[in-house]
Design a protein around this ligand. Structure first.
Ligand code: SF4
Length: 114
């Protein structure tokens, strides 16, 4: 049975990345600066929601993109945020700097006692 929570998260993420990279074309530099690591070619991001028809394997059995030089911008930028990693069913070798904790002044106020 499908994990509908994951499917919903993947659909939302795919849409967000498409709009972000193709329509808005926002400056991704600040987001990429928070990304650490390198791609290990596990292919997990090429199987979000469905297996990409351009995903192939080389002679060593490693995943490869059949249109690598012309791949879509949302593929070039994956992962862009830590939230992107929550859509994967395998571990990605990229990681992100932890988000700073909210300052105490912005924390939820103590509930008032009657
Ligand atoms: S999930 Fe991460 S490590 Fe795996 S192929 Fe995609 S970017 Fe590379």
């Amino acid at each position: 049975m499908a994990d509908w929570t994951l499917v919903t998260r993947q659909l939302s993420g795919k849409t967000r990345r498409f709009v972000q990279s193709t329509v808005l074309r926002e400056d991704t530099g600040p987001l990429l600066a928070k990304r650490q690591g390198d791609c290990n070619r596990c292919g997990a991001c090429c199987k979000i929601l469905f297996r990409c028809p351009f995903l192939g394997t080389d002679d060593d059995g490693q995943y490869t993109c059949r249109i690598y030089k012309m791949r879509f911008s949302q593929c070039r930028l994956f992962p862009l945020r830590a939230a992107d990693l929550r859509e994967l069913e395998e571990d990605c070798s990229y990681s992100f700097e932890a988000e700073p904790l909210r300052p105490a002044s912005l924390a939820d106020p103590e509930p008032a006692l009657d």
